[in-house]
Design a protein around this ligand. Structure first.
Ligand code: F6P
Ligand code: MN
Length: 353
């Protein structure tokens, strides 16, 4: 036991009670309880009958893993019976769930990805959970439209990473803070206060197998990183891709870097791979509160007005200077300013030249 260490509960009371936000503090303690349950399940791995896939698909058309469903259930039960939310929406379910029992209804809406990166479960690589808390309408049932709030309206957000240790990283709009689960005692203990992402980085994360589907600004950025010392970046870069957004973003939060799941032409029906409400908004909130940026390449993620709860967006987030550079490359492409990487609208053979 570490004497004098701040537990999550104490931290939340200190950050929120003085502002009359005890309900939000209590809700985040509930989130931590669900995370502990999921952490215990994931840690069992092959010892329990929890690995592998089910026959079912989620709303996104992805095959569900057993742990996807168990984690979803852990969050649903926590929120539904915890008395603090009026409704909840999960990446795994078609429609939000309304808390019908008025006695059990609270002032918030909870939106979550119960098990992010779940293709990694069966190979014992880190996975995570992501959550976002919004305000619920007062004195009436929440409708679908009530969930469609831009990320700037989030009251709290965060993620859990089930790695060699389990961590919970949260923000309530006053910095980003990390807590590590002390398994023997059962407490989340503050281990990373006021996390700050380095503004510059020499590390990028992208699934390069999609390279031929990228837009020119992303090509330009990655080509320059790979050229390293031999080109304008004047230093060598490193690349990492875990294929668990939580794990990739966590690394970036800890030591800097830029994470990209950009717009691509792989499937034209999808404007990106990641979901605005369950992944991009909460992660952008966490990253921005640590001094980084979250962008689609053309707009701040948290300012995108959602029109569908399962909507996907391009995501570029991490160290401030890198994200700003990538946004600049998008601007130069869209305006035709960059001759080598400009939009086809402005190419030599276009009507605009
Ligand atoms: O939730 C979607 C997700 O699993 C993310 O966690 C991850 O960053 C991404 O998909 C991986 O995508 P891909 O399999 O295309 O690399
Ligand atoms: Mn996910």
């Amino acid at each position: 036991m570490h004497l004098g260490r701040t537990t999550l509960s104490k931290f939340l009371i200190q950050q929120l009670q003085a502002e009359g936000k005890s309900d939000l503090a209590a809700l985040l303690v509930d989130v931590a309880a669900a995370v502990k349950a999921i952490s215990a399940m994931t840690a069992k791995g092959g010892l329990a009958d929890i690995l592998g896939s089910l026959e079912t698909q989620n709303i996104q058309g992805e095959t569900q893993k057993k742990l996807d469903v168990l984690s979803d259930q852990a969050f649903i039960n926590t929120f539904k019976y915890g008395g603090l939310v009026a409704g909840l929406a999960s990446e795994e379910n078609d429609d939000p769930i309304t808390v019908n029992d008025l006695e059990k209804r609270g002032p918030f809406l909870a939106v979550f990805d119960p098990l992010d990166g779940s293709s990694n479960i069966d190979v014992n690589v880190s996975v995570g959970s992501i959550f976002s808390i919004l305000e619920a309408p007062k004195d009436r049932d929440p409708t679908l439209a009530d969930y469609l709030q831009p990320g700037t309206k989030q009251l709290a957000a965060g993620y859990a990473i089930y790695g060699p240790s389990t961590m919970l990283v949260i923000t309530v709009g006053k910095g980003t803070h990390g807590f590590t689960l002390d398994r023997e005692v059962g407490n989340f203990v503050m281990t990373h206060a006021n996390i700050q992402i380095p503004v510059d980085t020499s590390e990028f994360a992208i699934n390069t197998s999609n390279e031929r589907f990228w837009e020119p600004p992303i090509h330009r950025y990655v080509t320059e990183c790979k050229a390293g010392k031999t080109d304008i970046r004047a230093r060598d870069f490193n690349m990492r891709w875990i294929a668990s957004m939580v794990a990739d973003v966590h690394r970036i939060l800890m030591r800097g870097g830029v994470f990209m799941y950009p717009k691509d032409t792989k499937d034209l029906s999808k404007p990106g791979r990641l979901r605005l409400m369950y992944e991009a908004n909460p992660m952008s909130f966490v990253i921005e509160q640590a001094g980084g940026l979250g962008s689609t390449g053309r707009a701040r993620v948290m300012e995108v007005q959602p029109d569908n709860i399962h909507q996907r967006v391009p995501v570029i987030l991490g160290s401030r200077n890198e994200v700003e550079r990538i946004e600049k490359y998008h601007r130069e492409f869209d305006s035709g300013e960059d001759s080598k990487y400009s939009s086809p609208l402005f190419s030599d053979r276009s009507l605009y030249r």
